[in-house]
Design a protein around this ligand. Structure first.
Ligand code: NAD
Ligand code: TYD
Length: 340
């Protein structure tokens, strides 16, 4: 018999890629997408799979105990994968409260419900940002110190501690994945790669923070989704799995590459004030998941970035539709404040 899996935040970037991938081929599993549809959530992302008989959607906030519990009972949920989060560092710098509400209190709510209903497989989708910032060398391993620097990463680290504590205290089957920066189709155009693509296509300035030399370790989103699935099915209870693509790049390298690919001039690059508390470098040691679970990234950066650019070129109306209301308000305020 298949699993009935609650996927929270399934209408966002990674959650929707995960659902499309899982629902692409028939399986005995049923996926229930529970999402409150914030500015970053969009059911359009799921139109390819919305008619599948093993897919259901429930518009619910993970903080709403009564509704989440009744959804879990209705579908006889026996596993939870928690993608739901406020996910953008800059927004957390501008207003941290929603990050605590969703990322910490929302996760706690899911854990309490899982405990009450004996839902015995809980995967928390976390981030390498909980480890803080690296200098020029080294990489984050699962036992690296937790030293989050932004309100976003502090909220994710708090959630990780709660997940661990529920495994340790109540013997629940919990797992945590910590992934590096993702890119790919359907990423909300506030994040580096889609923001730069859209701005370049529209001949707008490309706002590069600081000197542009901060390093991120990039992974194509479908590789992340495969890693999450592998850990959900075969990971050890109580353990953390780092997921990363061994693909470190300076921000400026990516921005220049995109301009070359799009055929736009470097004069569009605009160095702006640095993000407050900007983490210098992230890099993931992925040896645990590659050796224990046989996972490895399948998509190279050169293929992934081409597929990503093609997707944004072919889906300009998607970007136009999601860049509305609250997003535009934030954009004007944030980048206005960073202008030199
Ligand atoms: P996203 O912002 O694109 O999507 C978040 C989704 O969660 C949206 O659909 C939103 O509507 C939903 N949501 C937000 N608050 C909710 C709430 N209170 N109740 C129910 N639904 C809610 O985020 P993403 O980039 O897809 O990230 C997904 C997860 O992966 C997050 O937990 C994030 O911390 C983690 N992560 C992201 C990256 C990355 O590079 N994007 C890397 C590592 C880990
Ligand atoms: P982002 O996509 O926000 O991911 P994160 O901060 O979670 O790593 O940013 C990736 C890198 O790009 C980060 O070093 C900040 C930088 N950046 C810019 O230089 N300009 C921008 O407009 C944005 C959004 C990010």
């Amino acid at each position: 018999m298949g699993n009935n899996i609650l996927v929270t935040g399934g209408a966002g970037f990674i959650g929707s890629n995960f659902l499309r991938d899982r629902l692409a081929s028939p399986s005995g599993d049923t996926f229930i997408n529970l999402d409150t549809i914030t500015y970053a959530g969009n059911l359009e992302n799921l139109k390819e799979v919305s008619e599948k008989e093993n897919y259901f959607f429930e518009k619910v906030n993970i903080e709403d105990e009564t509704k989440v519990e009744s959804v879990c009972k209705k579908y006889k949920i026996n596993g939870i994968i928690n993608f739901a989060a406020e996910s953008h560092v800059d927004r957390s710098i501008s207003d941290s409260k929603p990050f605590i509400n969703t990322n910490v209190l929302g996760t706690l709510n899911l854990l309490e419900i899982a405990r009450r209903l004996n839902i015995d497989n809980f995967l928390q989708v976390s981030t390498d940002e909980v480890y803080g910032s690296l200098g020029k060398t080294g990489a984050f391993a699962e036992n690296s110190q937790i030293q989050p620097n932004s309100p976003y990463s502090a909220s994710k680290a708090s959630a990780d501690h709660l997940v661990h504590s529920f495994g340790h205290t109540y013997g629940m089957n919990v797992k945590i994945t910590r992934c590096s920066n993702n890119y790919g189709p359907y990423q909300f155009p506030e994040k580096l790669i889609p923001l730069m693509i859209n701005n370049a296509l529209e001949d707008k300035d490309l706002p590069v923070y600081g000197d542009g030399k901060n390093v991120r370790d990039w992974l194509y989103v479908s590789d992340h989704c495969d890693g999450i699935w592998e850990v959900f099915l075969n990971g050890n209870s109580g353990e953390v799995y780092n997921i990363g693509g061994d693909c470190e790049k300076q921000n400026i390298e990516i921005v220049e590459l995109l301009l070359d690919m799009i055929g736009k001039p470097k004069s569009l690059i605009k160095y702006v004030k640095d993000r407050p508390g900007h983490d210098e470098r992230y890099a993931i040691d992925n040896s645990k998941i590659t050796s224990e679970l046989n996972w490895k990234p399948k998509i190279s950066f050169s293929d992934g970035i081409k597929m990503t650019l093609d997707w944004y070129l072919n889906n300009k109306s998607w970007s136009n539709n999601v860049r509305s209301g609250a997003y535009l308000e934030f954009y004007e305020k944030w980048y206005g404040g960073l202008a030199k």
